[in-house]
Design a protein around this ligand. Structure first.
Ligand code: FAD
Length: 402
């Protein structure tokens, strides 16, 4: 037996085994296939589950350019919506920031992540790519050799073994890639002590901007997804179960925190999905162990406060695709050697901005002196953002950029 699997399981051979069919894995696999590199994607979920997994929605301008470069942007050009305004609401007032006209002059494209995943998947399969759905990678062994092996559980429960030149760990924060790293890998972790109820409402957006409401009862957020679906966030006490609040309580609380009486009612509709999101960040270092490379959430987890996760996943997947292509087609391994350091520069910048946003949007609970001090700092930060052009340019550059 090896890793709980009989050694007699036949080896499947390929150049690159990609773990995970999220944005990172599917973009990488598409680019490799375009270059004629043999690869297979192992995905734990079934195909139907991928089509309904609603998560990110705000694509940075860089992400759109990457997708365009590889001919993968038709869907988002057809159905995505340009977006370039934030509205901040506080107890005292509200202000709008048209970030599309600031900083580098870039904007977001609102396009639900499950639509993007659907586009990438269709294109990959149509080009002859192989995705093994309902196949769970269990471990990567021999990653410190030139012939790493992925052990997996196939859909019928039987063990499978995949032997490759390289393994791309794009299987998220709980995947096999992270588990297979050696003990010496650094994991920089930060739990922000803030919990959000992530909600999807079957209701049109209530405002034509991302809404960030800073309130003494906690943060509330509003983000359009489509003309019929809107994402809302409500800060709640850590440990709150996803189903603890009734629909009525959710809408009343959103109304209160978003100051609906003063600024107009929210369009209500059934809450069709709820997730509890504990805001946490972590970064693994390095993002390589021999012939195993990490990308996307497997490499670093970033709190959704600044909408960076899917955008970093796309950036890293393209860098990894280039590096693997150079290595496999031209024997040039420089891209692989510098991959981890290059990604970490982007990851830490995104973490820094995301951390800044968490400080802007949340205060500590309570009414003691330290809390009041923090809340006054937060007010000052919002005031700068409202009044200082250089602060607004800085915000715009970091908010849309990766
Ligand atoms: P994933 O999308 O997690 O894909 C990993 C895949 O690997 C999954 O399909 C999983 O089933 C599969 N897998 C896992 N384990 C295994 C295994 N052992 N074997 C085989 N397959 C496996 N980001 C933004 O940029 N903008 C936003 O607005 C935004 N909003 C968000 C809102 C919420 C509520 C959440 C939770 C996240 C949000 N994010 C946002 C973050 C974004 O969704 C992630 O960063 C993004 O999905 C990362 O892509 P990925 O390909 O690395 O990982």
């Amino acid at each position: 037996m090896t890793d709980g699997h009989p050694t007699s399981a036949p080896d499947h051979l390929t150049d690159v085994v990609v773990l995970g069919a999220g944005p990172a894995g599917l973009l990488l696999a598409n680019i490799l296939l375009d270059h004629g590199i043999d690869c297979v994607v192992l995905e734990r979920a079934g195909r139907a589950a991928l089509a309904t997994r609603a998560r990110a929605g705000f694509l940075a301008a860089h992400t759109v350019r990457v997708l365009e470069r590889h001919g993968l942007a038709d869907g988002l050009h057809r159905r995505g919506q340009p977006h370039s305004t934030c509205e901040f609401r506080t107890e005292e007032s509200r202000f709008r920031l048209d970030y599309g006209g600031l900083g580098q002059g870039e904007q977001h494209t609102v396009y639900p992540q499950q639509e993007l995943v659907g586009d990438l998947l269709r294109r990959f399969l149509a080009a002859g790519g192989q995705v093994r759905f309902a196949t769970e990678a269990m471990a990567i062994v021999d990653a410190d050799t030139e012939r790493p092996v992925v052990t997996a559980r196939e859909p019928d429960g039987r063990p499978g073994r995949w032997r490759a030149r390289y393994v791309a760990g794009c299987d998220g924060r709980h995947g096999a890639a992270r588990r297979s790293l050696p003990a010496g890998t650094a994991r920089h972790h930060r739990d922000h002590g803030v919990t959000w109820l992530g909600l999807l409402a079957e209701a049109p957006p209530s405002l034509d901007a991302v809404g960030y409401a800073v309130h003494e009862r906690g943060f509330a957020g509003h983000m359009a997804r489509t003309s019929e679906i809107t994402r809302y966030y409500l800060q709640c006490a850590p440990g709150t179960p996803a189903d603890a609040w009734s629909q009525e309580r959710i809408w009343d609380e959103l109304d209160r925190r978003m100051h609906a009486k003063a600024y107009g009612p929210l369009v209500r509709g059934p809450i069709v999905q709820r997730t509890v999101v504990d805001l946490a960040s972590d970064v693994l270092e390095p993002l390589r162990h021999g012939t195993l490379f990490l990308a996307g959430d497997a490499a670093a987890l970033i709190s959704p406060s600044a909408a960076k996760g899917a955008n970093l996943a796309v950036l890293e997947a393209e860098l990894l695709a280039r590096a693997l292509t150079d290595a496999l087609l031209h024997g040039d391994t420089e891209g692989l050697d510098t991959y981890s350091a290059r990604c970490l520069t982007h990851i830490w910048r995104a973490q820094e901005f995301s951390h800044w946003m968490i400080g802007l949007l949340h205060g500590p609970p309570g009414t003691d002196g330290a809390t009041r001090f923090h809340n006054n700092l937060r007010r000052a930060r919002l005031h700068s953002l409202r009044t200082s052009r250089s602060q607004q340019d800085w915000f715009a550059e970091h908010y849309v950029g990766v």
